[in-house]
Write a protein that binds this ligand. Structure first.
Ligand code: 5GP
Length: 120
């Protein structure tokens, strides 16, 4: 199982473009790129370029409120760009029981097929 070590993650190398990714949206604070192991026809990850202690949502502090809003708004922009007019899902996995595997906060934007509820 993965754990929150607070150390660097693969997403740092994606932000620095040391590791290539398929970028869907980018601004000064936020990067959105396609998940390498997509769980739906559209599966995009939306991350803050600077982690600033946000290894996961459970570590959020009042100072993170603005970037949290920017990430959620970027998820909406991504969904629109990806043509998900019939609906989509935004997910944050947190911690071991939430199946989080990368400890750099990220939103999953999933769509392009009928999703099921509740998830597993
Ligand atoms: P989590 O399980 O932490 O919520 O989601 C981490 C996601 O990052 C997974 O869906 C996984 O497929 C994705 N991922 C892990 N490594 C890479 C990578 O190097 N490139 C990309 N594009 N996605 C990755």
């Amino acid at each position: 199982a993965t754990a929150d070590t607070g150390g660097p993650t693969i997403f740092d190398k994606i932000v620095s473009k040391e590791i290539p990714s398929s970028v869907v949206y980018e601004d000064d604070k936020v990067l959105a790129f396609r998940d390498i192991n997509p769980q739906a026809p559209v599966h995009v990850l939306v991350i803050p370029k600077v982690r600033d202690g946000l290894t996961g949502l459970s570590k959020a502090e009042p100072r993170h409120a603005e970037i949290l809003g920017q990430l959620l708004y970027a998820a909406k922009v991504v969904a629109e760009k990806e043509g998900l007019a019939n609906g989509y899902r935004v997910v944050i996995n947190d911690g071991a029981e939430g199946c989080q595997s990368v400890y750099h906060l990220h939103l999953h934007v999933l769509g392009g097929r009928q999703l099921k509820w509740p998830p597993g």
